[in-house]
Ligand binder design. Structure first.
Ligand SMILES: Cc1cc2nc3c(=O)[nH]c(=O)nc-3n(C[C@H](O)[C@H](O)[C@H](O)COP(=O)(O)OP(=O)(O)OC[C@H]3O[C@@H](n4cnc5c(N)ncnc54)[C@H](O)[C@@H]3O)c2cc1C
Length: 563
């Protein structure tokens, strides 16, 4: 049997696995990624890349390439609600095109002060970019058409058995760690014996039950439907409800509708699928079915554990969402961001293995939080039922549509204006954070209050030269030195270099940025999370030791500690 040796094996090349390959490869970690599919996703899958995910793509240097994918640059990314797509428009939440988003990000303040705004793009395009970027990294081997069929952990590492779809002898990969990013039916999670916990089988009028997905082409939609184009199109009628994302802005759509209790997906033919779509539009249109399939809405599930020994789990393998709010893929990407730098630091001897225990400690509560938010959005969308007269051409019908419009006007903002969800995720209480004793603002889906309270995303600001403050951060660790005074920082540099950690010291005099961060010294982790802030480097050794897992998580540094 062929034997290959790498640092990390990644099982699964969806967004989580591909992002992890990029995080590790960029840090010089050798990786073998195996995915049983022929290539990256053919179906559109997820449709929304949240702003925080875009900031991570910016950190990795390919955000503009991602933003150029999918819809044309001037295509509006509105969310619009209709009785049927060609009939009454009920409500519309207007959002900028990709082109406008770049400009708008420079103007927005408060909750939306960000280096990047969200990008409405199908996952299939994102995966293709992530794959290309991973394959360009020395040390990263990407093998689609390869299934992980077994693994065995031992004291020094993990032996993983991989089989090619084309047949031939299986081969064994010897690695220090294995990561299961292998989706909802995760083989790796199954073998570890971890179950999902939480809520499943929730039924709703919409987004709770069996859903039928049709990836289709219908260019006539844009000439025959008498409404302005939108990225997300939702129907609301008594017959059958649906949502549909524009995929390329030219005629490809990801159409999803809810099946009735007695309907069996296996018996739905291409012609039936075309009819489901035509009924949602309310017009007889030419339709090409590119693919079809079914899935279940109504999950809010999180696995019992995200790690055992040298085996880690991330993405849908450990959390399953009802896809309202567009959080599943984004949470999967952030798992990879969190795990990537920690694995690299431990593999390269810069941090103690204890650092790896913080992965589950930090990410599991986030998964519980995010699945909970998604469940709330699904309730708001799916528990409301259309009035009998919603499509009626009468005063009663008009009143019902106005009432529905009011609901969706509010709902659109609730589900799609979510800076609090995307920027407000926090790792309070983790040993990889040194608290300063202050309390963060309350968690809220639709409002984000920028704060440098350790444990969360650093507040964003544009600098005088037009750069984002995040662009100044190092790829590894950053020490911000803010304001007109220049406190001593050498103890941090010494402590970090003792552990061979690359620390970039960034001085910014602007008093407004000092006011935003509320302390002159701020330590930022490689995943752009505030690790600590304070007024002097007096406790640098203790702080660094804790953050790198060398000591237990109990350093107490008073916020105003002076040297
Ligand atoms: C209709 C719908 C709409 C959605 N919309 C959104 C949205 O707008 N925003 C959002 O954030 N999320 C959305 N999601 C969720 C999103 O698609 C998933 O959360 C995301 O794909 C998870 O990524 P992943 O990498 O964890 O897993 P996956 O994408 O499932 O990738 C897992 C990979 O592992 C491979 N694999 C499995 N077993 C093995 C094995 N034994 N060996 C090798 N390879 C294996 C599979 O082939 C697969 O490629 C949506 C989901 C649905 C169904």
């Amino acid at each position: 049997m062929e034997l290959i040796k790498v640092d990390v094996v990644i099982c699964g090349g969806g967004p989580c696995g591909l992002m992890l390959a990029n995080e590790l490869g960029r840090r010089g970690v050798s990786v073998l990624l195996a995915d049983e599919k022929e290539s990256t996703a053919f179906n559109p899958q997820a449709n929304a890349t949240q702003a925080r995910t875009m900031e991570h793509f910016r950190r990795l240097g390919f955000v503009d390439e991602i933003r150029s994918q999918g819809l044309p640059a001037d295509f509006p990314t509105d969310i619009a609600y209709f009785t049927r797509y060609a009939e009454h428009e009920l409500a519309r939440f207007r959002l900028p095109s990709a082109q406008q988003a770049k400009q708008k990000a420079r103007e927005l303040k408060g909750s939306w002060s960000a280096a990047e705004l969200p990008h409405r793009v199908s996952q299939k395009y994102v995966e293709a970019v992530l794959r290309r970027k991973a394959e360009q990294l020395p040390g990263v081997t990407v093998r689609y058409g390869h299934r992980v069929s077994d693994f065995e952990e031992h004291a020094e590492g993990v032996r993983t058995t991989v089989e090619s779809r084309e047949g031939g002898a299986p081969f064994v990969v010897e690695s220090r760690y294995l990561v299961g990013a292998d989706g909802p039916r995760s083989f790796v999670r199954g073998k570890l014996g971890y179950r999902y916990t939480g809520e499943t089988g929730v039924t709703r009028d919409f987004m709770g039950g069996r859903m039928f997905a049709v990836y289709l082409r219908c260019p006539d939609f844009y000439t025959r439907v008498p409404h302005a184009p939108a990225w997300m199109n939702v129907t609301f009628n008594r017959d059958r409800r649906a949502f549909m994302a524009a995929v390329d802005g030219k005629g490809e759509f990801a159409f999803h509708t809810q099946l009735r209790a007695h309907e069996k997906e296996e018996s739905i033919t291409d012609e039936d699928a075309r009819d489901l779509f035509r009924a949602a539009v309310g017009l007889d249109l030419e339709v090409e079915v590119l693919s079809k399939g079914s899935w279940t809405a109504g999950h809010s599930l999180v696995a019992e554990h995200f790690q055992r020994g040298r085996v880690f789990l991330g993405g849908d393998a450990v959390h399953l969402f009802t896809p309202a709010g567009g959080l599943g893929y984004n949470t999967a990407v952030e798992d990879a961001v969190n795990l990537g730098w920690k694995l690299a630091a431990v593999l390269q001897g810069r941090a103690a293995p204890a650092l790896l225990d913080t992965y589950e400690l930090e990410r599991r509560p986030l998964a519980v939080r995010n699945t909970g938010y998604a469940r709330g959005f699904a309730d708001s969308l799916g528990l409301i039922t259309p009035a009998d007269e919603i499509e009626e051409d009468s005063a009663r019908g008009e009143a019902a549509r106005a009432e529905a419009g009011k609901h969706f006007d509010h709902h659109g903002r609730l589900e799609f204006n979510i800076p609090g969800v995307t920027f407000g995720g926090r790792y309070d209480g983790s040993p990889a954070i040194v608290s300063d004793g202050t309390q963060p603002p309350a968690d809220s889906a639709n409002v984000y209050t920028p704060t440098a309270c350790p444990g969360g995303r650093p507040p964003h600001a544009w600098l005088d030269d037009g750069a984002s403050i995040f662009d100044r951060f190092g790829f590894d660790w950053t020490l911000l030195v803010l304001g007109p005074t220049t406190p001593e920082t050498s103890a941090f540099s010494t402590a970090m270099s003792r552990s061979k950690v690359d620390l970039r010291v960034v001085r910014i005099e602007d008093p407004e940025i000092l006011a935003l961060y509320e302390a002159p010294l701020v330590l930022i982790r490689p995943d752009q999370i505030v690790a600590w802030r304070g007024h002097s480097d007096a406790y640098a050794d203790d702080i660094v030791n804790q953050l790198l897992g060398h000591s237990k998580g109990d350093v107490a540094v008073p916020f105003n500690a002076a040297a």
